[in-house]
Design a protein around this ligand. Structure first.
Ligand SMILES: CC(C)(COP(=O)(O)OP(=O)(O)OC[C@H]1O[C@@H](n2cnc3c(N)ncnc32)[C@H](O)[C@@H]1OP(=O)(O)O)[C@@H](O)C(=O)NCCC(=O)NCCS
Length: 150
């Protein structure tokens, strides 16, 4: 697997992955998204985020990892988002992407407590429940990883 920067050519594939019902279920504030809304969002993310496409074999795109400097749960830091092609979930790609992605600063993640594959993938890639472990309503758990110590 390689991680290469996301480009404008990835816009439609990422739209299809984001629009999938299973993705929407566990993504905060996503809801139903139109292609125009997606493209507006996509351009901003291309400009502001660290964003990598994971490819396997013959340049087959399997998922993306995005890192944004932002505030969530009253914490400013580098927050990670992970998205795997819905047709390729459960094959180990999510875990591999997280294990492969290196950042020298600590990383943070917000994960829905019912999102079992995500919780498992992040834990296998060295993330731990953060000291500020849950949202007030208990729906979201917060994880962090100091470095790539897997
Ligand atoms: C969450 C997500 C990234 C996981 O990627 P993935 O490639 O499907 O995950 P993996 O194949 O690496 O599986 C991770 C673990 O979850 C387990 N798992 C997979 N599906 C599961 C399910 N439905 N219930 C319980 N565990 C499950 C796998 O068995 C694996 O554990 P194991 O190695 O101990 O067997 C992917 O499902 C996705 O893109 N979901 C939508 C977006 C999202 O929720 N992103 C996370 C929020 S940041």
């Amino acid at each position: 697997m390689i991680l290469r920067p996301v480009t404008a050519y990835d816009a439609v594939a990422i739209y299809c992955w984001r629009a999938h019902p299973e993705t929407q279920r566990f993504t905060p504030d996503l809801g139903r998204v139109t292609i125009n809304e997606h493209l507006e969002w996509f351009v901003k993310r291309l400009q502001r985020s660290l964003w990598y496409m994971a490819e396997c074999g013959d340049a087959c795109a399997v998922g993306v990892i995005r890192v944004d400097q932002r505030v969530a749960a009253a914490r400013e830091g580098l927050w990670v988002s992970l998205l795997v092609d819905p047709t390729k979930r459960g094959c180990g790609y999510g875990t591999q992407i997280l294990q492969k992605y290196y950042h020298e600063q600590p990383l943070l993640a917000q994960i829905h407590r019912l999102n079992a594959p995500s919780l498992r993938a992040f834990e296998k890639a060295g993330f731990h429940l953060a000291p500020f472990a849950a949202s007030r309503d208990g729906a979201w758990l917060y994880y962090d990883r100091e470095r790539n110590v897997v």
